[in-house]
Design a protein around this ligand. Structure first.
Ligand SMILES: [Zn+2]
Ligand SMILES: [Zn+2]
Length: 251
């Protein structure tokens, strides 16, 4: 089990009074408010509900195994994607990344998935669907972004750092295909000892789609030649993929 009943009481009691200057430019401070068991198809987890003092976004952590004060804890940071995570959209690979991360963590000794409620990397659900609609009508992702105005790629790292602090975890292995994320977390006091690549096992239905995104990440073009919003920052690594091809593309 992730937490003993006593640990849960202590975490919640200690966080009840927690108030700090906050992390990042918006000075967000989060508090653990509730913790419950969450057995899932991916393994045994506890779900941790966070309150924050700024924008009402209720972030979550899924915790597997013993993590309090532990070192080298595997951590995945996932940004909410309603269309992908819940509806199974193939416009992005968020659900593949989420499921692979949970399955991997569920089989490890311990680990944490931070689920950040920032749809479309912070632009919100309505704006994301607006962007999709613009793309449906032929705008490329650059024009769609311009039409929308704002993106915020920094946000997730400092909230994530505070959430890890709240969970008494300051020394992690980050599950990501994006080395830049590690630098960002370090800026907020989280020590990252290692990067664990997130390798997605493809199925016959999404294999071509995933490879297309992997090869075209950044200015991602789907199999039909349309450009899309890049939602999760990570470039997908696909099991069995030809990595020479990927490296050529990067160079
Ligand atoms: Zn705080
Ligand atoms: Zn998505």
């Amino acid at each position: 089990m992730s937490f003993t009943p006593q640990q849960i009481r202590e975490l919640i009691n200690e966080d009840h009074e927690h108030c700090c200057d906050g992390y990042g430019p918006d000075q967000i401070c989060v508090r653990i408010v509730a913790i419950a068991e969450l057995p899932s198809r991916f393994g045994q987890f506890h779900v941790v509900a966070f309150y924050n003092n700024k924008d009402g976004k209720e972030h979550a952590a899924l915790v597997h195994g013993d993590v309090l004060g532990a070192e080298h804890v595997p951590v995945r940071i996932h940004s909410e994607c309603l269309t992908g995570d819940v509806f199974g959209s193939l416009r992005c690979d968020c659900r593949d990344q989420l499921e692979t991360a949970l399955r991997t963590i569920g089989q490890m000794e311990n680990g944490i998935l931070l689920y950040l409620r920032q749809e479309g990397r912070g632009i919100g659900f309505i704006n994301k669907i607006r962007a999709y609609s613009l793309q449906d009508h032929g705008l490329d992702t650059v024009d769609a972004n311009l039409a929308l105005g704002f993106r915020d790629d920094e946000r997730e790292y400092w909230i994530a750092a505070h959430m890890l602090d709240s969970l008494r975890v300051r020394y992690i292995r980050l599950m990501t295909n994006n080395p830049r994320k590690i630098e960002e977390l370090k800026r907020y006091g989280i020590r990252v000892s290692e990067r664990i690549p997130l390798v997605i096992p493809p199925n016959p239905y999404n294999e071509f789609y995933l490879k297309t995104k992997a090869l075209r990440s950044g200015h991602w073009i789907d199999p039909n030649g349309k450009r899309h919003l890049e939602e999760q920052i990570d470039r997908p690594l696909i099991e069995g993929m030809n990595h020479n091809l990927l490296e050529q593309e990067e160079g």
